[in-house]
Every structure is written in C-alpha cells, then in structure tokens.
Design a binder for this molecule. Structure first.
Ligand code: FAD
Length: 380
C-alpha cells in the first residue's frame, strides 16, 4: 500500500499508472496535471488533429478502473523531498500533498523566440486546435525551425493552401537531428515552401519575423518549432540532481530515494552511449513505465530500461523512421531513390551499426533495431 503521487498528465503518466496497477499496486495513486484534459497522445496533434481528420487523441486512461485521483488544472510548484511533500497551486487547503513515492513526468515546454509578436507553439491539444483555425487559404505562415514539428506543420499548412516560409538557423533542414548530409538530401521534399536555411531570427514582432540581417518576413501566423526544454524551475530547492533534465539512472531513480523521473523530463543514463541523455520520443515515454513502476515499488532491485532509441515523423506524405543514435564522426552511407531524394541512411563506428534511418520502410524497422550495436554488414 502507500501513496504514489505522479506529477504530469501525459503519455509517461498514463503508462506508469497502468503499469503500477498491473503490478498489483493496491495503494492510493494521485495524478497532478497542469493540463485541463485527461492524458492524450501528442504525435497526432501535429498530424491528424492539425489537418482536421481528428479533433482529439485520448490515451487509454480509465480513472475509475485504475482508481486514480486525477487532479487536472493543477500545477506542481515545489518539492520538499525530505518531508515527502509536493506543493501545488491548488487552493482551498489542497495545495500540499504528502506521498510515500513520487514520479515526475512533466514533459517539456517549447522554447520561444524573443519579441512581442504573437508566436504559436505546438505542444498541447489546445495549441493544435488554435493553430488549425489559423491555417486558412492564402495565409502567410512563417515557421521557425526546419525539424520534425516544423516539417509536419509545413505539410499541413501547404495542404491548407497557406503560403509557407520556413526559416532554419542550420545550413540544412533536420541538421540537428540527422546531420547536414542526410538533411540536405531531403531538400526536394520541401518543394512549394520558401525554405531559408543558414538564417538567424532576431525576434518575432507584430509585423512578422525579424531576421538577424534586418530583413522582415511578413506573417499572419508565426509558428516556432525550435525544440523543447524541461521546466525544472519548480525543483530548484528540491535537492534533486538536474542538468538539462532530471538526472536518473537506468532504473529511472533520481538522486533522492523514493523519487523517479521519466519521459521527456528525464535525462537518463544510457549504457549505449555512456552518458545521461534526454530521449524526447514517444517510444521512450511509452516503454519506460515498466521499469519506473518497478523502482517505485522496490527501490533496491528491478529491471533497467535502456532500449535502442526509436522515433518517427510523418512529413510531406512520407514516414521517416530512425533507430539508434549516431554521433558526429560516425561513418555514414546514404541511399537515394530514383529522384535523388533520401531513401535510407545508416551510421556506423568501427564497423558497428550505430543508427539507421528509413523513409517509407516500416517493414525494415524491427530488423534495423535489432541490428544496432552489431556489425554493420549484418543489415545486408
Ligand atoms: P508530456 O506528454 O509532455 O506530458 C507532460 C505533462 O505534464 C503535460 O500534461 C503537462 O501539462 C504536465 N506538466 C508539466 N509541468 C507540470 C507541473 N509543474 N505540474 C503538473 N503538471 C505538469 N515523438 C515521436 O517519437 N514521434 C512523433 O511523431 C512525435 N510527434 C509529436 C508531435 C507533437 C506535436 C509533440 C508535442 C510531440 C511529439 N512527439 C513525437 C514526442 C512525444 O509526444 C513525447 O516524447 C511524449 O509526449 C513525452 O511524454 P511525457 O509524458 O514525458 O510528456
């Protein structure tokens, strides 16, 4: 028995609560979520919800069956780990919550650009519905950031008849995630979009996007997709060790006994890379629950979580999938299709496969995931 409190109301939380009950945890579970909706899935937000083929994307989370006290619209504001007490912004004497074990799954928050002009970001269901209303035919849309969110928004904006400009600081699209060479081989996908690479934004103002060189890109809609960052401010005097995220071991344990962190907020130790890494992917937040639940129930012993990373993106009518993790300097081989556009890529180091990328190659993902860490020739 005991009382488990979970902070955050997203994918990692939904999976964790399910895992606790599957492991026959019979004590109290309280979920504190800043969101006004029960847990939902985020990948559809920039795909089906934005394009209008769906209006929401609820995750399986049956409050009655799971016997959870779900406190929506409530934000954690502080943690007294010594007293095992979570502070929240709830009024009427409900603001402090005592726990026996605590899980932090607060995800991450989009990074914003300077300036007083309106800029939309895309993290929540409400964000997606607000952006969808603005993607009207002829609207001038400037997207800052040519990575996954930027490309998915560009796909939908183009289909909606918007005039789309995408501004990217790096020399090639997706360079931060897959490197400049592979990124460059996606340029053909951006047809119909005014893609401006090697371009720095100074600020977003009411008349549009101001570039560092002084040019102003007029826009009715500005979408900022330049990455996310975990919000750790509320943990400042908690004693929890943090870096860019909350530092956890391969069992998701923080530096404070009884407190785990998982999903986008966690910077998890990985044996694969020999470092603490933020793994901001759906697959991580989904699969990590089993090990996190085990640590909550038995701090001393349990399974480790350190799978080969996996993510996908649906963009420009294609599905891109990536497994593993490459590092600068890895040997790269790229396969192109008949039009010269990216089809596959693989990275290796000293003959060992470190990462694989496929475009519309779902059938090969499982094999590639198994092959990562082994000889690169094994992939055939
Ligand atoms: P989240 O889902 O962000 O949930 C965190 C929750 O914590 C939120 O409900 C938030 O309101 C709440 N919260 C935050 N701070 C507090 C606080 N102080 N107190 C209380 N509650 C708080 N990944 C892929 O692999 N492929 C994709 O195609 C893909 N598409 C995506 C598209 C979009 C638009 C977005 C936003 C993400 C996408 N992702 C994708 C990433 C994936 O959705 C995330 O990795 C995943 O949602 C992380 O889950 P999480 O539970 O850790 O965090």
């Amino acid at each position: 028995s005991g009382h488990v409190v979970v902070v955050g109301g997203g994918l990692a939380t939904a999976r964790l609560v399910g895992a606790l009950r599957r492991k026959r945890f019979a004590g109290r579970i309280t979920v504190v979520s800043a969101e006004h909706h029960p847990p939902y899935d985020r990948p559809p937000l920039s795909k089906q919800v934005l394009s209008g083929s769906r209006d929401d994307a609820p995750l399986p989370f049956d409050v009655e069956k799971l016997d959870v006290d779900l406190r929506l619209g409530t934000r954690a504001t502080g943690l007294d780990a010594g007293a095992r007490t979570l502070r929240t912004d709830a009024g009427d004497g409900d603001g402090e919550l005592a726990y026996d074990a605590l899980a932090i799954a607060t995800g991450a928050t989009p990074i914003r650009l300077p300036g007083s002009g309106a800029q939309l970001t895309l993290r929540t269901l409400d964000d997606a519905l607000a952006l969808r209303r603005r993607l009207t035919p002829g609207a001038r849309v400037v997207i800052v950031g040519a990575s996954w969110i930027g490309a998915e928004v560009a796909t939908t904006a183009l289909a909606a008849g918007c005039r789309v400009t995408c501004v990217e600081y790096a020399a090639e699209p997706f360079a931060g995630a897959i490197g400049p060479v592979v990124g460059a081989s996606t340029r053909a996908w951006w047809a119909g979009i005014d893609l401006r690479t090697s371009t720095a934004v100074a600020s977003v103002e009411s008349d549009g996007v101001h570039l560092a060189d002084g040019e102003v890109l007029p826009a009715e809609v500005v979408v900022t997709g330049i990455g996310v960052r975990p919000d750790l401010a509320w943990l400042a005097d908690s004693g929890l060790r943090t870096d860019r995220g909350i530092l956890v071991d391969a069992r998701l344990r923080t530096s404070v006994p009884g407190v785990v962190a998982l999903g986008d907020v966690a910077q998890r130790w990985s044996r694969h890379t020999g470092s603490h890494r933020l793994v901001e992917h759906w697959d991580e937040a989904s699969m990590v629950a089993t090990a996190a639940a085990a640590s909550l129930l038995d701090w001393a012993e349990g399974p480790e979580h350190d799978p080969v990373p996996y993510f996908w993106s649906d963009l420009f009518g294609r599905k891109l999938q990536y497994v593993g993790s490459h590092a600068p300097g890895d040997e790269l081989s790229v396969e192109r299709d008949d039009d010269g556009a990216l089809a596959r890529a693989r990275w290796s180091r000293d003959g060992v496969l470190t990462a694989w990328l496929g475009v519309d190659a779902s059938k090969d993902v499982v094999r590639a995931r198994t092959a990562v860490g082994g000889p690169v020739e094994a992939l055939g």
